[in-house]
Design a protein around this ligand. Structure first.
Ligand SMILES: *Cc1c(COP(=O)(O)O)cnc(C)c1O
Length: 362
């Protein structure tokens, strides 16, 4: 490998190098036990200490209020698309679930809820190619509904909510592609969840943050492993959890703390995104997909003048170690996913490449 490779993949995404080195270093001997973390019981005192530490670190870094519980659940974000309605809809007589459709995952979340309960999509930005976050007026939200679901950062199109809707019904957010990338006031939310593989760790699991008073309303037929109250009661160890994933989250949280915490990483994330948007805004050669007021600082999506030029851009980028920049099949073009672990140097290298590519191809 001659050139340093920067991984711009949307997920599973890059992890901090110190985290991977640490995993490698203690792979065969976890904390002097003489066995690997991956071969010890999920009920061992060492693992229980680890899961508790991960939760405590998350609380410390995010300032999560005491009346919120932290769960680790199987199946990634899309499993939560089913778990959310099953756990929350029966709390109210209407059982009505409200969704805002701001992208593919938002649509899939609503479709999943529809398998179980009446769903209303109260706003939708499909007509403009999911390039923005629709305006939500208070009167659009039925106060008798069970919850309002949003996707706080839209990974494919590169938009995000800057201001969250004010509502009396519990607000539920899929934060898969941005949890821990910016300061969030959790008090505004009933439930926040995230698949791990974008900003937190390996794929196949989700972190779920749920306000205590919303526990205990699961539908009778809810599968045991989907039940938030059960998971909370068992401290996420109802059955054998993905011990490795939780170990990685813990190391990622340690790393984040060393970086100065959420506020420090947020300002670095802003600086990284600004560097790329500056190139996009500085010319008509690149066309940003997201409306400037609704841009994500995690996923920067843009197109060139033709699909042929997109392909040339991607091939030349790949050749110099700028890996996995291809846009999602539903958006096309180019997407740079610049999650917490992406160093500024990776973004700078991409920005310089973009400027150079424009000079040679315009
Ligand atoms: C990646 C992603 C998902 C899907 O996550 P899985 O863990 O594969 O189910 C859902 N929502 C958002 C916002 C995503 O970015």
């Amino acid at each position: 490998m001659a050139e340093k490779v920067y991984n711009f993949g949307a997920g599973p995404a890059m992890l901090p190098e110190p985290v991977m080195k640490k995993i490698q270093q203690e792979w065969l001997d976890y904390q002097g036990m003489g066995v690997s973390l991956i071969e010890i019981s999920h009920r061992s005192k060492e693992f229980i200490a680890l899961i508790n530490e991960a939760q405590a670190l998350f609380r410390e870094l995010t300032g999560l209020p005491d009346n919120y519980r932290i769960l680790f659940m199987h199946g990634g974000a899309r499993m939560m698309f089913s778990a959310i309605p099953l756990n929350l809809a029966e709390r109210v007589p209407s059982k009505r679930c409200l969704y805002v459709e701001t992208g593919n995952f938002a649509r899939l979340a609503a479709e999943e809820a529809e398998l179980f309960y009446p769903v209303e999509t109260i706003a939708n930005s499909a007509a403009t190619g999911y390039d923005r976050i629709p305006e939500i007026a208070p009167e659009m939200i039925d106060p008798a509904a069970a919850y309002l679901h949003i996707t706080s950062n839209n990974t494919i199109f590169g938009t995000r909510w800057n201001k969250f809707p004010e509502t009396s019904v519990p607000l539920v957010a899929d934060m898969t592609s941005e949890l821990l990338s910016r300061r969030i006031d959790f008090n505004k939310f009933g439930v926040v969840y995230a698949g791990l593989q974008k900003n937190l760790g390996p794929s196949g699991m989700a972190m779920v943050i749920v306000r205590e008073d919303l526990l205990g309303f699961a539908a009778k037929q809810t599968p045991t492993l989907f039940n938030f109250a059960q998971c909370d009661k068992d401290n996420s160890l109802t059955n054998t959890t993905n011990t490795f994933a939780i170990y990685v989250i813990k190391l990622v949280l340690d790393w984040l703390k060393e970086q100065g915490g959420i506020d420090a990483i947020e300002s670095l994330n802003q600086k990284k995104a600004a560097r790329l948007y500056e190139v996009i805004d500085g010319s008509d050669f690149y066309r940003g997909i997201a409306h400037p007021e609704h841009r994500s600082i995690m996923n920067v999506s843009f197109r060139l003048a033709s699909e042929e030029l997109d392909r040339k851009f991607l091939a030349e980028a790949d050749a110099i170690g700028l890996y996995a920049l291809k846009g999602h099949r539903n958006a096309g073009g180019v997407r740079a996913s610049i999650y917490n672990p992406m160093p500024y140097a990776g973004v700078e290298k991409l920005a310089v490449f973009m400027e150079e590519f424009e000079r040679q191809n315009r």
